[in-house]
Design a protein around this ligand. Structure first.
Ligand code: FAD
Ligand code: SF4
Length: 511
């Protein structure tokens, strides 16, 4: 049967409302989906992440077929799969010979380039449509960014709220303030009950995908933990509703808290599904807004959650597309140390790092403050090469796609873009980690100790970083206080900081 339009879907485009599917005619059009080794091996992606992507994509393809769509699907284990996405696309397009290829703009630079190359490699016209799942467009962001001397997430976020009428009372923000972040920094009381989250039992199809991935990629990071993620829209919606009902109300208060063996706390754990298309950002925002209207959650929680999705998520996407491909190469501090091996195994005497790496390896997930203030903080303080840090973050999280991982790594944790995304580096001593978590009580190191073998490494490394980056950072208005403190330190103290830091960095594998 002849094909009029061949709609190619990427594995993170699992939404029936996707722009590429608009106008689809089941009698004349065909959907094409492709799995290939090169999608999963550019960095050693976590095995749970690969299994999640494949299981969700296959379920989505099956649900399309059930609804009457013609679907052609190239599976990883198919004998004729060339295992390179672009080659597969060309092979199947030549086989199907459509009148036209339609795609929704891919989320990542490399997939975008692969689609552009199809224009040259195939003789069929290619139509690329906007990804309307986002509140903003790439072009809209670029014109916003180009019109400003200094970029601030807060300005972009307020613009988004006004434009889409979210949490607004006429022209003013509901409650009178745009941002309730200052209310959202409470540490977790010891007796807090964390609501349980649903874990889905993998069906036989998903279990066989998990086995396939484990056999195919034995050297990738992974976990023996049973697979429990949602792989259908129905199950992902259950998780969204559960979050709104049981955890959103405390999301704001404990957004920055961390606790032993509690990677979720009051976080939504929805990024996996928002990023692969099973959930739509607009429905998550609208349900949170409704929860506020129905007094199910306070404003600081609802605003905080909505800011992450309409603000940060879209801001980092905007920066990614505005700055690529050179954004990947940014290295403002000229850092060049390798990523410590402990990031891959989690064996370390530092309780905070052991816990955050451990959570990551077990669940392919860690919440934002773990990623930012423990794992990211340590990567910057230990002077890691940004490229190595990018590869790690892209590999280990099930929600990691370059468009969202890269700006968070380059701009937020490493300040490698010299302050384009964030106005100051997110570095801290052990004091912050101790205030926001219960990690330090069980640590080999002493958080109150500033120097010597038993001192918390974050303490001297923090000052060492400020000291070594003085030329670049001391005029930053947001770092006035720490530089004032540094200026008052005696020469002996500064020498000790240098000595402790250098010893630590030389022996990092024993830390
Ligand atoms: P919640 O805390 O419940 O937040 C709700 C939603 O807001 C998230 O699901 C996410 O969609 C969005 N969000 C929150 N913060 C950010 C942010 N800074 N950037 C983009 N979206 C945000 N998020 C990813 O989705 N993929 C990544 O690869 C990724 N890499 C990161 C790397 C680093 C170094 C850091 C510091 C953050 C990274 N984030 C990434 C952002 C954030 O940590 C995760 O979105 C969040 O932890 C996902 O968990 P959650 O769904 O429980 O989020
Ligand atoms: Fe981490 Fe330092 Fe606390 Fe240990 S003492 S858990 S290294 S912050």
């Amino acid at each position: 049967m002849n094909t009029r339009h061949l709609v190619i879907l990427f594995l993170d485009q699992l939404s029936e409302t996707l722009s590429a599917l608009s106008g689809f005619d089941s009698s004349r059009d065909t959907v094409l989906m492709i799995e290939a080794d090169d999608l999963f091996c550019n960095v050693p992606h976590h095995r749970l992440k690969i299994a999640f992507q494949i299981a969700a994509a296959r379920q989505f393809a099956a649900s399309l077929a059930e609804s009457g769509y013609r679907v052609r699907y190239s599976r990883l284990e198919d004998a004729d799969n060339t295992q390179i996405w672009q080659h597969e696309a060309v092979r199947l397009c030549n086989d199907i010979t459509p009148e036209k290829i339609i795609v929704t703009e891919p989320s990542e630079w490399r997939s975008h380039q692969a689609v552009l190359s199809l224009r040259e490699l195939c003789s069929f016209p290619v139509e690329m449509r906007q990804d309307t799942r986002f509140f903003s467009t790439k072009e809209g962001f670029s014109s916003f960014a180009s019109s400003r001397k200094v970029l601030k997430m807060e300005h972009f976020y307020q613009r988004q709220r006004k434009e889409h009428g979210v949490l607004m009372d006429g022209n003013k923000p509901i409650g009178g303030k745009w941002n309730y972040d200052s209310d959202n920094r409470r540490s977790l009381p010891a007796d807090t009950i964390i609501p349980p989250t649903t874990r889905f039992k993998a069906d036989r199809t998903t279990q066989s995908i998990v086995r396939l991935v484990n056999q195919r990629y034995p050297d990738h990071p992974g976990s023996d933990f049973p697979f429990y993620f949602a792989v259908t829209r129905k199950d992902a919606l259950t998780l969204l509703e559960e979050f709104i009902q049981t955890r959103l109300a405390c999301f704001g208060d404990y957004q920055d808290a961390m606790a032993f063996d509690q990677p979720w706390l009051f976080h939504s754990h929805l990024s996996f599904y928002l990023n692969n298309g099973l959930l739509l950002p607009k429905e998550a925002v609208s349900m949170a807004e409704q929860a506020y209207d129905q007094s199910m959650a306070p404003l600081n929680a609802v605003e905080g959650f909505i800011r992450q999705i309409m603000g940060w998520r879209e801001y980092v996407r905007g920066i990614y597309w505005h700055k690529m491909p050179s954004y990947r190469e940014e290295n403002y501090f000229n850092m060049n140390r390798s990523l410590p091996a402990l990031y891959w195994h989690g064996n370390t005497k530092m309780a905070c790092m052991a816990q955050c790496v451990g959570d990551t390896l077990q669940h392919a997930y860690a919440h934002h403050i773990q990623r930012l203030m423990v794992l990211g903080n340590f990567a910057l303080l230990t002077e890691c090469d940004p490229a190595a840090v990018q590869d790690w973050y892209l590999a280990v999280y099930a929600d990691a796609y370059e468009w969202v991982e890269l700006p968070n790594v380059v701009g937020m944790i490493l300040h490698a873009d010299g302050g384009y995304l964030a106005s100051k580096p997110y570095v801290s001593s052990g004091n912050y980690i101790n205030k926001m978590s219960n990690y330090c009580g069980c640590c080999h190191y002493q958080v109150k100790e500033k120097s010597g073998d038993k001192a918390c490494p974050f303490n001297y490394l923090y000052w060492h970083f400020l000291l070594t980056q003085k030329d670049r950072l001391s005029s930053n208005p947001r770092l006035v206080f720490p530089y004032r403190t540094l200026a008052k330190m005696s020469k002996e103290k500064l020498d000790q900081i240098k000595k402790d830091s250098e010893t630590f960095l030389e022996n990092i594998d024993d830390a």
